[in-house]
Design a protein around this ligand. Structure first.
Ligand SMILES: [Cu+2]
Length: 505
């Protein structure tokens, strides 16, 4: 069933796209009408011709230095690739240029762009492109519907400066975008942008997989989750950890850093924030005309972008997040900027002092508190040495331990503690258990594998570690098995469990 879906969807999307984008075209012809090359006026034909430099994230093509327009030729290749989305998890991304986000395109206001969309022959589906920088129907989508192994060409003039999202607009659009089909195109204003030391390219996207977060193997797109806007992953640059560790962005103390930040979506917006930094300049919504200053968090819509500039004054790791924090800490929307260089302890001192803080307590209040603690300690000691109370404590532990046993251990060791011949050793009357209570604690918390002899029988199986139990639960369940079914073991308390675990580390 599952393997048939892409083909069904392919057929569907061809029909839908034909219907959506070519209302007047004959239904049998899914590829866009070809109108032939545009007759460019002599003034434009006279412009210098340039091949656009495209870069993979997090890199950005170099600033444009020319002061006059050009005819810029862009070749962007669509490829469907299987790649890592999280450790042990892969996903079939649909990409512009082989990466998520797609290749960064940099042009200048007034440029005339000859755009080629090439769909790799290995693709299973047709795709197109809607560039928000384009003024025209579908932002280019109506002219760029491209079957696998085909190439489409259209021309547009970059009328408005700004940072723009581009994306696939083939039906079902949320699926194409949700599979990673988006990127950024920067249209530099004629006067250029203020120079900085480092420029980076980061995009946030939400992904919807059939498996839960972290479920290993190749994951496929989940249409229902996408419709309900319940993403499994929310990531920066296409994967959990794409900008972490060795892949972190870098800068030197004193650098001016610029991040071109976009949100592909398909659904979520981003509250973009860099922990420990203040954006000196934000170009809200990707408009380069009215920068704002001194901003902590900037809201970026789905299908929108922003440019942030900030000088890094202190060394250390600065964390890029969507400040909708569950996305950052539970779904992957987190990256890092590592700044190296000397610390200026006036800008940021680091921890200076750690001292006892007593609040507004008077000296006498503090004395009273101390005295109270002493008395409580004495009561606790008294209770421990009182045999009646100690006995009751053990009774309580046995009852609690029985609960845990009947939820967990009984499945293998059986409710009567007799185990199962050759597979699960008995706990009732087990010489192995009764010989060493510390060892029993270790077995419960860390599991047991390999041959083990219990009452003369050898078992060679595996007991899974029960490490989700609290130290108290371990103490209780071990106390229970030491005393159930006629066993005459002692008791184990939390301190014993902690001691054993710290010894065996
Ligand atoms: Cu597509």
């Amino acid at each position: 069933m599952k393997t048939e879906r892409p083909f069904l969807l392919a057929a569907l999307s061809v029909l839908l796209t034909a219907a959506l984008t070519l209302p007047q075209a004959r239904a049998v012809e899914p590829i866009g009408e070809v109108e032939g090359p545009v007759d460019l006026p002599p003034a434009i034909l006279a412009l210098p011709v340039e091949q656009a430099v495209l870069t993979a994230p997090p890199h950005v093509p170099p600033p444009i230095t020319r002061k006059t327009p050009a005819r810029v030729v862009v070749h962007l290749e669509v490829r469907e690739v299987e790649a890592r989305i999280a450790d042990g998890v892969t996903y079939t991304f649909w990409t512009f240029g082989g990466t998520v986000p797609g290749s960064f395109i940099r042009i200048r206001e007034g440029d005339v762009v000859e755009f080629h969309l090439n769909n790799h022959p290995s693709s299973k589906l047709p795709h197109n492109i809607d560039l928000h920088a384009v003024t025209g129907p579908g932002g280019g989508a109506t002219s760029s519907f491209t079957a696998p192994g085909h190439s489409s060409q259209f021309t547009f003039k970059a009328l408005n400066p700004g940072l723009y999202v581009y994306h696939c607009a083939t039906a079902p659009v949320p699926m194409h975008v949700g599979n990673g089909m988006y990127g950024l195109i920067l249209v530099e204003p004629q006067e250029g942008l203020p120079p900085v030391d480092k420029e980076y390219y980061v995009m946030q996207g939400d992904f919807y997989t059939q498996g839960n977060y972290g479920e290993p193997g190749l994951q496929t797109f989940d249409m229902m989750k996408s419709i309900d806007e319940r993403p499994t992953y929310v990531v920066l640059n296409g994967a959990v950890g794409a900008l972490v560790g060795d892949n972190a962005l870098t800068a030197e103390v004193g650098d001016k850093v610029r991040i071109y930040f976009g949100v592909g979506g398909p659904n979520l917006t981003s509250s973009f924030h860099v922990i420990g930094e203040i954006f000196d300049t934000v170009y809200p919504e990707g408009s380069l005309s009215h920068p704002a200053n001194n901003i902590q968090t900037t809201l970026v819509p789905a299908g929108g972008a922003t440019v942030v500039d900030f000088k890094v004054e202190a060394p250390g790791t600065f964390v890029l997040v969507d400040h909708s924090l569950s996305r950052a800490f539970n779904k992957g929307a987190l990256g890092m900027l590592k700044v190296s260089g000397p610390a200026d302890r006036v800008v940021y001192s680091g921890k200076e002092i750690d001292a006892i803080y007593l609040g507004a307590q008077s000296e006498e209040g503090t004395e009273a508190q101390k005295r109270q603690q002493e008395l409580q300690d004495r009561i606790a000691a008294e209770m421990k040495s009182n045999p009646a109370i100690a006995g009751l404590t053990k009774e309580v532990q046995i009852e609690r331990g029985k609960q845990t046993y009947m939820q967990l251990c009984f499945a293998c060791h059986m409710p009567d503690g007799k185990g199962m011949p050759k597979v699960f050793p008995p706990l009732a009357g087990s010489d192995y258990l009764l010989a060493d209570t510390d060892r029993a604690i270790r077995v419960v918390k860390k599991g047991l594998t390999g041959p083990v002899t219990v009452n003369g029988e050898t078992y060679n199986s595996a007991m899974p570690p029960q490490d989700h139990l609290t130290d108290q639960q371990v103490a209780d369940v071990v106390t229970y098995v030491l005393n159930a079914w006629g066993n005459d073991g002692g008791s184990v308390n939390v301190d014993d469990v902690r001691r054993v675990l710290s010894e065996s580390k």
